[in-house]
Design a protein around this ligand. Structure first.
Ligand SMILES: NC(=O)c1ccc[n+]([C@@H]2O[C@H](COP(=O)([O-])OP(=O)(O)OC[C@H]3O[C@@H](n4cnc5c(N)ncnc54)[C@H](O)[C@@H]3O)[C@@H](O)[C@H]2O)c1
Length: 343
């Protein structure tokens, strides 16, 4: 078996899920973890049976025996030096979105990958959710004819919104909307986005910060398909890290309607009222199984590195998503549509 050694940098909520998935993957020999919170480092190190736990990410990047790293530290704005160092040291990388704060840095990362033949996967976890994979296949197979409009409306609870707005100034487009834009651009390949319009709304978080509550993005594709992607983070608590989406794709020969609101399980208790278990975006472990897409996504990356296969969500695609979300933020600021001139 072609085993690899892997490092996880930033083992909070998401990094912890990925570390545990790697620990259970027979293709992973040694698992190394860098985490600056000592309590979390001790907890996840023991859970995942890590070969090494350190507070210093440079130790992981500098270790010649490590083949690949997963970068899941926050804040997002401080991750690029870690990414660049990892690629310069010849490590394959899975990074949470966005690849980097700017397009220039993203291009630098892509150039490093090209020069060193490295894989750079981006954490667009929706692509590994069976419902989303089904929509992608149906659109690409022409099951609904030619797509006309594509809607994804995604909302998460204010508990997550609070966590996100506390650590960075990233917009709803860049944080949650990016998943929907990536998903729809993937489904609509090889079409390209040509025009973006966006509006933000704020009535809750903006009283205490400069963060809006919600953002809508409208994208015109080069064949005239319209995308509408909404992303908000002020839902009341429905379960820890609850996330809900409605998806509606209408084509010339049919339509796809997908309820991704996690209503299939409801747990009603005297103490908490109605809750919707297993409803977070990455998913969660349930004893011997993982309910959600993030474990499969992590295993896909491990397999891609161990067997030298391509990654599903690569940095060039992620750059295109950044083009759209950055244009959306500009549009929301100016109130004008933004044209994209892509090669
Ligand atoms: N793909 C998805 O579905 C999905 C879902 C939620 C979050 N995310 C993304 O995952 C990333 C992580 O989010 P999270 O909710 O796990 O955040 P988190 O705050 O729970 O975890 C981040 C961890 O990084 C650690 N850290 C910070 N700086 C570090 C450093 N220099 N070295 C080592 N560790 C360091 C922190 O102590 C913390 O434990 C974010 O970019 C987020 O946007 C992705």
């Amino acid at each position: 078996m072609n085993q690899i050694n892997l490092g996880v940098i930033g083992a909070g909520w998401v990094g912890g899920i990925r570390a545990n998935a790697c620990a259970a993957n027979p293709l992973v020999d040694e698992l190394h973890i860098a985490e600056i919170d000592p309590a979390r480092a001790a907890e996840i190190g023991a859970q995942a049976g890590a070969a090494r736990v350190t507070a210093d990410w440079t130790e992981i990047i500098g270790s010649p025996q490590i083949d690949a790293v997963i970068i899941a530290s926050t804040p997002e704005s401080q991750r690029f030096p870690i990414l660049r160092a990892a690629l310069e040291e010849g490590k394959h990388v899975l990074i949470e979105k966005p690849v980097a704060p700017t397009l220039e840095e993203t291009d630098e990362a892509i150039a490093l990958c090209d020069a060193r033949e490295l894989k750079l996967a981006v954490g667009y976890t929706r692509r590994f959710d069976p419902k989303y994979a089904f929509i992608n296949r149906a659109i690409k197979a022409g099951d609904i004819g030619d797509p006309v409009t594509c809607l994804v409306s995604r909302n998460i609870t204010r508990e997550i919104g609070d966590k996100i707005k506390g650590r960075s100034k990233m917009s709803p487009a860049a944080m949650g909307g990016t998943h929907s834009i990536d998903f729809l651009l993937w489904c609509l390949q090889p079409r390209l986005p040509v025009k973006v319009y966006s509006q933000q709304a704020g009535k809750l978080f903006n009283k205490v910060s400069d963060t809006p509550d919600h953002q809508w993005i409208m994208v015109t594709m080069d064949d005239g398909t319209t995308i509408a992607a909404g992303s908000g983070w002020v839902l009341p608590l429905g379960y820890p890290q609850y996330s809900q989406s409605w998806i509606e794709i209408v084509g010339t020969e049919g339509a796809l309607t997908v309820d991704d609101t996690h209503r299939e399980i409801s747990l009603n208790t005297v103490e908490n009222g109605i809750r919707y278990p297993l409803s977070s975006m990455p998913g969660e472990p349930v004893d011997h199984v993982f309910a959600g897409a993030m474990a499969d996504e992590t295993n896909h990356f491990v397999t891609a590195v161990a067997h030298d296969r391509p990654v599903l969500a690569n940095a060039r695609e992620a750059r295109l998503v950044m083009d759209v979300t950055m244009a959306a933020d500009l549009s929301a600021e100016t109130g004008e549509p933004v044209s994209l001139s892509l090669p």
